[in-house]
Design a protein around this ligand. Structure first.
Ligand code: AHM
Ligand code: MG
Length: 374
């Protein structure tokens, strides 16, 4: 009965409705609720009217971490909330979408959002006495903030990964690695340590929801941004990557340029001869999103060497290393084909590396093929 009356009332003015019977206030409330239900069914309701927050509302970062690291992670997470906000309304501003006009040190066209995201993160970190230096994909050289002994952290990041997805409203991400400066090491070069030395790694995926996954070496944990409070709330603790999974992920148009072992691997995944099960193909073209799927569902992501990028396309310090640590903490693995990603000694900040990352069994199968071909 109420449903019928509410539908009927939608075509009448509020004055007509309140004068036609008593209890107008109650009825207005009811009409609002009913409309909310209809809007929710059509997917139109905003977060404030539909959201049911999970009971475990643990905020990021956990209180168990040391204060300086906690403060650093909180600052980074808040910067990512700002980036998420810019992405959400990108199509409404001419200052946000499109090319910035510069080419970065990687020889890639910088997008306005690459620059914006880089500035948001860099500006946020400048306020922290604990940060010695910043290494960013978008800056040619490391930015030294302090040589003081209290400045112990090196923050290394890809501010907006998957830039080619920006203009099409596709998923993108931020990837961050945190290292500690060895005593006496000059801040500018201190981040040239192998990935096993990372004290923390995290990424934020800007998708239909904004998700943060991090590790400090005690498991990988996932948080989801609550758009109402602006806080990341714990949504999956101790994430585990399945030992094998249903998908392989690679830019297949490069296949003929891959070294033979990698070609055999893709063929094996595609046909099922390598791991016993035929895998499906998925490729978003944004490493964070492809990795996040691999973390949740299992499977494998590969960016092998190509003619254009003989040392691989992805960057060791701020793409491969942090994701490798998270994969490792979740029971997965990461290799360049021959060496575990976390054991590679970097020579330069923007060093590239072939990347094979994902479920243990699939990564092991690639490693075996590469070894046999060496
Ligand atoms: P970016 O950091 O400049 O966005 O480049 C890295 C991206 C990854 O996110 C993605 O996996 C890869 O490059 C896609 O490369 P391609 O278009 O060659 O497949
Ligand atoms: Mg990137």
């Amino acid at each position: 009965m109420y449903g019928y009356r509410a539908e009927r009332d939608q075509g009448r003015s509020s004055d007509e409705r309140s004068s036609s019977s008593g209890g107008a206030e109650r009825r207005r409330t009811f009409v609002f609720r009913t409309r909310s239900v209809h809007r929710a069914k059509r997917g139109l309701c905003d977060a404030a009217t539909t959201q049911t927050i999970l009971p475990k509302m643990t905020k990021f970062p956990p209180t168990t971490l040391d204060v300086p690291l906690r403060e650093l992670l909180r600052t980074l997470a808040q910067a990512c909330v700002q980036i998420a906000a810019k992405l959400r309304t990108a199509g409404l501003s001419t200052d946000v979408l499109g090319a910035a006009g510069d080419i970065n040190i990687q020889g890639e066209q910088q997008q306005k959002l690459d620059v914006l995201a880089n500035n948001i993160l860099t500006d946020a970190l400048r306020s922290l006495a604990s940060v010695a230096a910043i290494v960013s994909e978008e800056d040619d050289e490391p930015i030294v903030l302090s040589e003081s002994d209290t400045a112990k952290y090196l923050v290394i990041f890809d501010p907006l990964d998957g830039s080619s997805n920006i203009d099409i409203n596709g998923p993108t991400g931020t990837i961050i690695s945190i290292m500690e400066r060895k005593s006496g090491a000059p801040a500018k070069t201190a981040s040239l340590q192998c990935g096993s030395q990372q004290v923390a790694a995290m990424y934020v995926l800007y998708g239909p929801s904004t998700v943060l996954v991090y590790t400090t070496g005690e498991g990988a944990h996932g948080y989801t941004l609550d758009p109402v409070s602006g806080e990341f709330l714990l949504s999956s603790s101790n994430m585990q990557m399945p030992e094998s999974g249903p998908y392989y992920s690679t830019n297949e148009s490069n296949l003929s340029e891959y070294p033979v072992a990698f070609q055999k691997a893709i063929e094996g995944f595609r046909t099922g001869t390598l791991t016993g099960t035929k895998l499906g193909a998925r490729y978003i073209g944004a490493l964070v999103a492809d990795f996040h799927r691999t973390l949740l569902k299992g499977g494998i992501y590969l960016y092998p060497p190509t003619k254009k990028t003989p040392h691989g396309k992805l960057r060791l310090l701020y793409e491969a290393n942090p994701l490798a640590l998270i994969a490792h903490e979740a029971g997965g693995a990461a290799t360049n084909g021959a060496t575990d990603i976390l054991n590679i000694d970097p020579e330069i900040p923007h060093q590239r590396v072939p990347l094979v990352i994902g479920s243990k069994n699939a990564v092991e199968a690639v490693r075996t093929l590469v070894k046999a071909d060496a």
